[in-house]
Design a protein. Structure first.
Length: 533
């Protein structure tokens, strides 16, 4: 009995003692957990714009890129400036005019002063206006009529007939009338049908037929008229467009193909570049390419084209009117540049972001051989397009691409505090490239925190006898973490993954096929100190 009492007292003492030690109410322990952090798949879409990639019949990929170098249309060849023809009609002697009496009638021509030496005979107007502005000293209302036989639409001649207010208090009667001439046909051959750039206007004036009675017109009283053409935009024009010299350049065009490539070098097996000229204008032309080059502004490198066409003239024949739909038959000229006849591959291998060119275009080099039958439709220009195409058969050395990925560790309250760990990169690679991976960490404000050192590389997939990958290569790359690294991981909200590719084998051109990718998982193997309370 006494022994039992002693045992009871001992346990009571132990319970009382530990109930006073609150530290023992908070047990914690260490656990090891694998934590998935990043999952991504990198394809050629991360290296090249998706819009430039096409699949060949053998499922290999090729890059296809097109850009316009220049267009020659109506605005390039000539402009019809706003033009005003001033007419003044006056009576030399005092006269008395009755209602309905005509007191002037005349036909006049005025020249449109078309620039660049262009001689127009016919124009169809897409948009524009003819304006008549009248000042009258006559002390009675008059009817002023202006007929423009040069301007017709659906067979009807343009007529402007308006009632002009009477002059009062020494102020002339005034009226302005603007007519939209969109869709009108202009015959610019003048009264005799032998001229160019020439409009005709027939003007007449009479006393208002509703006037109360005769009106006295003093000697010297006049009617002044401003006939204007305003903002004429041709949809079609015909005539002789002159012997014009048009110079393009030095001109720079963006070449937005390699904007995602950060560095490294490639050697391309084959490049085909077609400088294509399509002529929808009824003029002969002669082209001289003075210079063509590419430039990478990021590293300030450039490459100059060496090709027999540089400095030599190329003849481009005129288009032909069909008088049907489509309205013209285009002529074309193709200038082919490849690795056999030029150094065009060198212009691509510097990863350019700019094209630079200097061209001369000579319009009608042989003069007016068409007999004033040059023509141009606004919607059918002369244009030059640069078409770049090359199969992705290449050798790559440190070819670098980048991908930005959201990143976030669970908070310490969620899983406990990381006390030790290693990051592992699990990679399934179907590219025939070795890949070195670097990770840069950024905080919520996109401020750089640090880089994580990755020593090992992701191994290239193995080519089969047909030089094609049929099985992914699996690699595991470890990134040991220091205490400081772990602290920085908690601050990280974005990870920038930079991958540098090198062809394997390095001395052999390899094709890139549809479906090639490198699938990456970043997993943290962490030791956590867990506090359940």
């Amino acid at each position: 009995m006494f022994r039992a009492i002693k045992i009871f007292i001992f346990f009571a003492f132990v319970v009382a003692f530990f109930s006073c030690r609150k530290d023992f109410e908070r047990p914690n322990w260490d656990v090891d957990l694998l934590t998935p952090l990043i999952k991504t798949s990198l394809t050629l879409d991360h290296l090249l714009p998706d819009s430039t990639l096409q699949t060949s019949s053998d499922t290999s990929l090729k890059l296809v890129y097109q850009t316009n170098m220049f267009d020659i249309d109506v605005d390039s060849l000539f402009r019809i400036p706003d033009t005003t023809m001033v007419e003044t009609f006056s009576l030399a002697l005092p006269s008395i005019l009755n209602p309905g009496d005509f007191f002037y009638s005349t036909s006049r021509e005025f020249n449109l002063n078309v620039n660049n030496g262009v001689e127009l005979t016919t124009v169809y107007i897409e948009s524009g206006f003819i304006e008549v502005e009248v000042f009258s000293d006559i002390k009675e209302k008059i009817i002023a009529e202006y007929i423009f036989p040069s301007a017709t639409k659906n067979g009807d001649t343009l007529v402007v007939s308006e009632l002009i207010p009477a002059s009062t208090g020494g102020q002339p009667g005034y009226l302005v009338k603007r007519v939209d001439v969109s869709g009108y046909h202009l015959d610019l051959t003048g009264i005799t049908k032998t001229k160019v750039n020439t409009m005709v206007v027939r003007a007449s004036g009479m006393v208002d037929t509703n006037a109360a009675g005769p009106v006295v017109v003093a000697a010297g009283e006049k009617i002044k008229v401003n006939n204007r053409v305003i903002a004429l935009v041709p949809a079609y024009a015909k005539g002789y467009f002159g012997n014009q010299q048009i110079h393009f350049g030095p001109e720079t065009k963006d070449f937005n193909v390699f904007t995602k490539v950060l560095g490294g070098s490639i050697d391309i097996d084959q490049v085909d570049v077609n400088l294509e000229f399509e002529n929808g204008v009824g003029v002969d032309a002669q082209l001289i390419i003075n210079q063509f080059s590419t430039k990478n502004t990021a590293n300030n490198t450039s490459a100059l084209l060496a090709h027999p066409v540089i400095g030599n003239s190329v003849n481009i024949n005129r288009a032909q009117e069909t008088f049907s739909i489509p309205e013209v038959t285009y002529t074309s000229y193709n200038m082919l540049m490849n690795t056999s006849n030029s150094n065009i591959d060198q212009l691509i291998e510097i990863f350019p972001n700019q094209l630079l060119f200097d061209l001369n275009l000579n319009i009608n080099p042989l003069g007016n051989i068409s007999g004033n039958n040059d023509f141009v439709f606004k919607k059918h220009p002369m244009k030059a397009n640069l078409n770049v195409e090359f199969p992705l058969s290449l050798m790559a050395n440190n070819l670098t691409l980048v991908d930005t990925i959201d990143f976030s560790l669970p908070t310490k309250k969620e899983k406990g505090e990381i006390i030790d760990g290693t990051l592992y990169i699990y990679a399934d690679n179907t590219f025939p490239f070795d890949a070195n991976i670097n990770l840069a960490l950024y905080d919520k404000d996109s401020k750089f925190i640090q880089k994580l050192t990755v020593v090992d590389k992701v191994r290239a997939a193995v080519l089969n006898a047909s030089l094609k990958v049929d099985q992914a290569m699996f690699s595991v790359v470890a990134i040991p973490l220091s205490e400081a690294d772990i602290d920085n991981l908690y601050k990280t909200k974005k990870a920038v993954m930079k991958i540098t590719f090198t062809t394997q084998p390095q001395s052999q051109f390899v094709k890139i096929y549809e479906g090639y990718a490198i699938d990456i998982k970043l997993v943290g193997d962490f030791a956590y100190n867990v506090d359940p309370n």
